[in-house]
Design a protein. Structure first.
Ligand code: MLT
Length: 316
């Protein structure tokens, strides 16, 4: 019998996938503290997690029977992939299921930032009628810089072209022709930073992208740029960002992700002109079902047939 543990309250539909296979026994829980997880992990051949569970090297070591780690989502920065590879454990993610939700959330944050929607809501509820003080800016005619033109970046770019924005993008892994075929202008990152009114970041967190947008990059931006980050905390240096908001170099930020999550009372929160959400990019009913089902099918298939799909690591 293959035993699979699903943590982080993964959508029920994942259990339905495993219920179709008599040789697999799936157990679902909420998010477990590391100590609790360490107690149960040795029994399981596969584990499926969302972002709250951190699969550290120590936990991976404890999971003596583990063969597969499934990530119901895209980012695998909460998994020590190197430690998994050393133990010949395959890590699989679900790359496409939450793309549209994350793109839509990015746009929601960008529009809320431009038109001051959260501030207007707070002000009206407090009994005020501040139409003059809550003036926003239009997106139409402005330049949007998309940093990272992977799945989510592309969906954002396509939609914002329909808002009549000029869209420029930088991505070292995508060919200029592919970018231009979308009606998007290809630029080096520095040039993008210098020429955008709004900048939105869509890169994974890794050693090459940690601090990608720091003090030097922010200094290159136009004064009064709006910055949106619905990708990963840590890609933007929060200390540099706070200084830029204090000085007005960055007019406002729309942030869904933080270096530490949850961020507690973050110093950035004093900036009224900015918009913050608690890592909600993929938090739609549709996306959560899709990623849970996709990764569960891959894990079930891998356990039963050895066929691997959507692996993010290779093992010797
Ligand atoms: C992802 O990496 O898929 C999203 O950020 C959602 C999440 O972390 O749960």
């Amino acid at each position: 019998m293959h035993k699979v543990l699903l943590t982080d309250n993964i959508a029920q539909e994942a259990l339905d996938v495993f219920a179709e296979h008599a040789d697999i026994e799936a157990t679902a829980t909420g998010t477990l503290e590391a100590k609790e997880l360490a107690k149960v992990l040795p029994d399981f051949h596969a584990i499926i997690i969302r972002s709250p569970t951190k699969l550290t090297a120590d936990l991976i070591e404890v999971g003596a029977s583990l063969k597969f780690i499934g990530r119901a989502g895209v980012g695998v920065d909460n998994i020590d992939v190197e430690a998994a590879s050393k133990r010949a454990i395959i890590v699989m993610n679900s790359p496409g299921g939450n793309t549209v939700s994350t793109a839509e959330h990015t746009i929601a944050v960008m529009m809320a930032l431009a038109r001051r929607v959260p501030q207007a809501d707070r002000s009206l509820r407090a009994g005020r009628w501040e139409r003059g003080d809550l003036k926003g800016v239009e997106l139409s005619g402005k330049t949007l810089g998309v940093v990272g033109l992977g799945r989510v970046g592309r969906e954002v770019a396509r939609r914002m072209l329909a808002f009549n924005m000029r869209v420029i993008a930088s991505d070292p892994f995508i060919r200029r022709e592919v970018v231009e075929a979308m009606g998007v202008e290809f630029r080096e990152l520095d040039v993008l930073l210098e020429n955008s009114d709004f900048i939105t970041i869509h890169v994974p967190l890794g050693s090459d992208t940690r601090g990608l947008i720091g003090a030097d990059e922010i200094a290159r931006m136009r004064k009064g740029t709006f910055l949106v980050n619905c990708s990963r905390g840590g890609v933007v240096d929060e200390k540099a960002l706070k200084e830029a908001l204090d000085s007005g170099q960055v007019a406002g930020v729309g942030m869904d992700v933080f270096e530490t999550e949850p961020p507690g009372k973050h110093p950035l929160f004093k900036h009224e002109r900015s918009v913050f959400t608690p890592h909600l990019g993929a938090a739609t009913r549709e996306a959560q079902i899709r990623v849970a089902v996709d990764v569960s099918k891959n894990v079930a298939n891998a356990l039963l047939t050895g066929e691997i799909r959507d692996a993010v690591n290779t093992i010797a």
